[in-house]
Ligand binder design. Structure first.
Ligand SMILES: [Zn+2]
Length: 268
């Protein structure tokens, strides 16, 4: 849906897309300076109508969800504390932690998690976690390399996998090959380096790819560090500026349609 932005009391002729962000965090290090009510207000102010949230620890997401369940799509992180980032993929205790979190009944996905292909050895807990994801009908948010995305999809072909930051800096043709091979592969475009040129114009390869497969891409800001919360307005504006360069139907899907489709609103 297109809406008009009202800035400084003036209605300006800038049309803005309602955004459904596929990658946000509300980590402990921002709770004091940015209380949950204010974080929600930030979303409202920037036309972020819904958002996938994962936080370290999980309490961050749960505080936001308690305030605005229609706006927050909670994902479980395998991090009870920051130190788990390095070891979670081989820590059997994480399985128990994930099961206990899942029992709360509010979580709709797993991630954002960080790992690389070398972590998928014989002792990895990923096969068991992927089994849980399939049973729970979870979507994944994976910060990883293309080999791991393929390996995870092969483990559980029904589990949808959102590749966080689209792997950061892969070429459009590599992403195209992946999403054309696997119908469950998606991309969030946060922190993506090759999406636009120095004039903020979408590069031709990306414009063509997103218009060819608009059902696989999602906008995202990724508040991975405290400073990113202070820049949400700037990033949301940048997203609006590249979305408007796409065909309207494709832009609408990428702005909000795909998140809506994957996560239908639930009754609360
Ligand atoms: Zn992130």
């Amino acid at each position: 849906m297109l809406v008009f932005l009202v800035l400084h009391g003036l209605c300006i002729n800038l049309q803005a897309f309602e955004l459904h962000d596929a990658h946000l965090h509300y980590n402990q290090n921002v709770w004091k300076r940015l209380p949950p009510e204010q974080a929600i207000h930030f979303l409202v102010e920037n036309n972020i109508q819904r958002a996938i949230f994962s936080s370290t620890p999980e309490k961050g997401t749960e505080m936001l969800y308690a305030l605005a369940p229609e706006r927050i799509i909670p994902f479980i992180r395998p991090y009870r504390a920051y130190k788990d980032v390095l070891t979670w993929h081989h820590d059997p205790e994480i399985i128990e932690y994930i099961r206990a979190q899942a029992a709360k009944g509010i979580y709709r996905g797993f991630g954002e998690f960080h790992m690389w292909i070398e972590h998928l050895d014989g002792k990895s807990i990923l096969p068991e976690l992927m089994q849980i994801a399939a049973e729970q009908n979870w979507v994944l948010s994976a910060h990883t390399d293309i080999e791991t995305i393929e390996a995870l999809i092969k483990m559980q072909p029904t589990v949808k996998v959102i590749w966080a930051h689209c792997g950061f800096s892969y070429e459009a043709h590599e992403i195209q090959a992946l999403i054309e091979k696997y119908p469950t592969a998606y991309c969030d475009m946060s922190l993506y380096e090759k999406l636009t040129d120095e004039d903020d114009n979408l590069t031709p390869a990306w414009k063509v790819l997103m218009e060819r497969h608009p059902d696989r891409f999602m906008v995202a800001i990724d508040t991975y560090k405290e400073a990113r919360w202070g820049e949400v307005a700037e990033h949301a504006q940048f997203i609006q500026e590249w979305l408007i360069q796409l065909e309207p139907a494709a832009a609408e899907m990428i702005a909000n349609g795909n998140v809506s489709r994957l996560f239908p609103l639930q009754k609360h």
